[in-house]
Design a protein around this ligand. Structure first.
Ligand SMILES: *Cc1c(COP(=O)(O)O)cnc(C)c1O
Length: 404
C-alpha cells in the first residue's frame, strides 16, 4: 500500500488566496453591479519591457536554427547571465560574489521552498511573523515542525519572531537559538526593511551560533532609501553564514516567464560541511534550470536599455504605493511600508480583525485586499494592500477608502 506523507495533513485546509477568491466570488454574485478593485494581488500587472521582449524574439529564432540551437542548460545556469548577476547585483555594491556562486533557477519560490532539503530534519527554523508563507509550509511538508495549533495560528517547534509596530517590523534576535533563520527584506507583507546595522547583528549572531540565514531579497529592486542593504553580503562575515534568494518576478515582471537565482558562497559551511556542493548536487538531480530563452531575457534586464525600462516599471508601482500610503494616512489610518516595497501594511481600524476589515472593505468600498492574519499570528488586526494595480484603480480605491 502506498502511504502519503502525513506531514502534508498538518497544513491548514484552505489556502489564504483561495479563501479570498471564494469570498469575492460570492460577493460578486450577490452584487453583479459592483465595480470591484483588486489591491490584494501579489502579482505584477505591467507587460514585459520592450527590450526584454526583443531579446526573447531573438532567442526564439536562435532555437530554430541548427547553428544556434541549445538543449539542456548548464546546471548552474548560463555563464552569460551569471556573470552579469555577479557583476551588477553584487560586485557593483561591494559584495565579493563570483559567478560560480550563483545558481540560476525558475524562481525564488521554488528555491526558498526547496533549500530546506539540504538540511537535516532536526534543524529548528525561525521565521519572521508575519511573512510569506512558503518558508514555514515547506518545512511543515518536510516534517521539520509539529502540529498546527488553530487557536494560536502557530506550528509547534517553529520559532516565530514577532515583527511589530514596536520593533519597526524587523525582528529581535531570538533567545532560543534557531539553526535556520529565514529573513525576508524588503518584507512581504509588511513592506518593511532592515537597516544595515541590524542586519549585521543578525550575521554576527548566525556566525556566533553556527546558524544559517536564508535571506529572501525578492524585492531588492524596490529599495529607494539609503542605508538599506540590497544584499546580505553587504554585511561582514555574511559569506560564512548566509544564502540569498533573488527573483526577476517582481523586479522585471517575470512572474509568468519564471527566472530567479540563489547565491551559495563557496566558503559557506555548517558543522564543517560545505553547502555549495549539496545544492549543486540537488540542482543536478532534481532540476533542469530555466529555459535558454528566459535566461537571455534575464540577461537583457542588465543591459542599459533593459535596466532603464525596468526602473520605470518599478517607479510606477512605487508611485502607486505612495498614493496608497499617503491616502491611508490622510484618512486617519495607521499605515507603513510602500517606500522600499510594493506593499502597504495597515492597521485595521476600530480593533477589527483582519477578516472583519476584509469584509468591510469589500462590502462598503468594493476593494479587495489581503488579511494580515494570513501571513502569521502577528499579522492579526493588520491588512495588506499592494501597489500592483493600475494608477486609475489605485486612485479610485483611495477615494473610496477616504469616504468610508
Ligand atoms: C513573490 C515572492 C517570491 C516568489 O518569487 P518567484 O521568483 O516568482 O518564485 C519570493 N519571495 C517573496 C517574499 C515573494 O513575495
Amino acid at each position: 500500500m502506498a502511504r502519503i506523507n502525513q506531514n502534508y495533513l498538518k497544513l491548514p485546509g484552505s489556502y489564504l488566496f483561495s479563501t479570498i477568491a471564494k469570498r469575492v466570488k460570492a460577493y460578486e454574485e450577490a452584487h453583479p453591479e459592483a465595480k470591484i478593485i483588486r489591491l490584494g494581488i501579489g502579482d505584477v500587472t505591467q507587460p514585459i519591457a520592450p527590450e526584454v521582449i526583443s531579446s526573447l524574439h531573438t532567442a526564439v529564432d536562435e532555437m530554430g536554427k541548427a547553428e544556434t540551437f541549445r538543449g539542456y542548460a548548464p546546471d548552474l545556469g548560463y555563464a552569460f547571465l551569471r556573470e552579469k548577476i555577479a557583476k551588477q547585483d553584487f560586485q557593483a555594491r561591494g559584495c565579493d560574489i563570483s559567478p560560480d556562486e550563483i545558481f540560476v533557477s525558475d524562481g525564488a519560490k521554488c528555491d526558498c521552498g526547496n533549500i530546506q532539503e539540504i538540511f537535516g530534519l532536526d534543524n529548528k527554523i525561525a521565521v519572521c511573523d508575519p511573512v510569506y508563507p512558503v518558508y514555514v509550509d515547506s518545512n511543515v511538508m518536510a516534517g521539520r515542525t509539529g502540529a498546527y495549533d488553530e487557536a494560536s495560528g502557530r506550528f509547534e517547534g517553529v520559532i516565530y519572531m514577532p515583527c511589530t509596530e514596536e520593533n519597526g517590523f524587523s525582528p529581535e534576535l531570538p533567545d532560543e537559538v534557531p539553526d535556520l533563520i529565514y529573513l525576508c527584506f524588503p518584507n512581504n507583507p509588511t513592506g518593511a526593511v532592515i537597516s544595515k546595522d541590524k542586519l549585521q547583528a543578525w550575521v554576527d549572531y548566525a556566525n556566533e551560533h553556527d546558524s544559517v540565514i536564508l535571506y529572501d531579497a525578492a524585492y531588492e529592486a524596490y529599495i529607494t532609501e539609503e542605508n538599506v542593504p540590497h544584499s546580505i553580503y553587504e554585511c561582514k562575515g555574511a559569506k560564512d553564514c548566509a544564502i540569498e534568494f533573488r527573483s526577476f518576478s517582481k523586479t522585471a515582471g517575470f512572474t509568468g516567464l519564471r527566472l530567479g537565482y540563489t547565491v551559495i558562497p563557496k566558503d559557506l559551511k555548517t558543522g564543517g560541511e560545505e553547502l555549495w556542493p549539496l545544492w549543486a548536487r540537488r540542482h543536478g538531480t532534481k532540476y533542469n534550470g530555466a529555459p535558454y530563452i528566459v535566461q537571455r531575457a534575464g540577461e537583457t534586464v542588465y543591459s542599459e536599455k533593459g535596466r532603464r525600462e525596468i526602473t520605470e516599471q518599478i517607479k510606477y508601482y512605487l508611485e502607486n504605493a505612495r498614493i496608497i500610503r499617503e491616502g491611508l494616512i490622510a484618512a486617519g489610518y495607521q499605515a507603513s511600508g510602500g517606500v522600499n516595497a510594493p506593499y502597504i501594511w495597515l492597521k485595521a481600524p476600530d480593533n477589527l480583525t483582519s477578516w472583519e476589515f476584509f469584509d468591510r472593505l469589500l462590502d462598503e468600498a468594493n476593494i479587495v485586499g489581503t488579511p494580515g492574519s494570513g501571513f502569521g499570528p502577528h499579522g492579526e488586526h493588520y491588512f495588506r494592500l499592494t501597489a500592483f494595480g493600475s494608477r486609475e484603480n489605485t486612485i479610485r480605491a483611495m477615494e473610496r477608502i477616504t469616504k468610508l
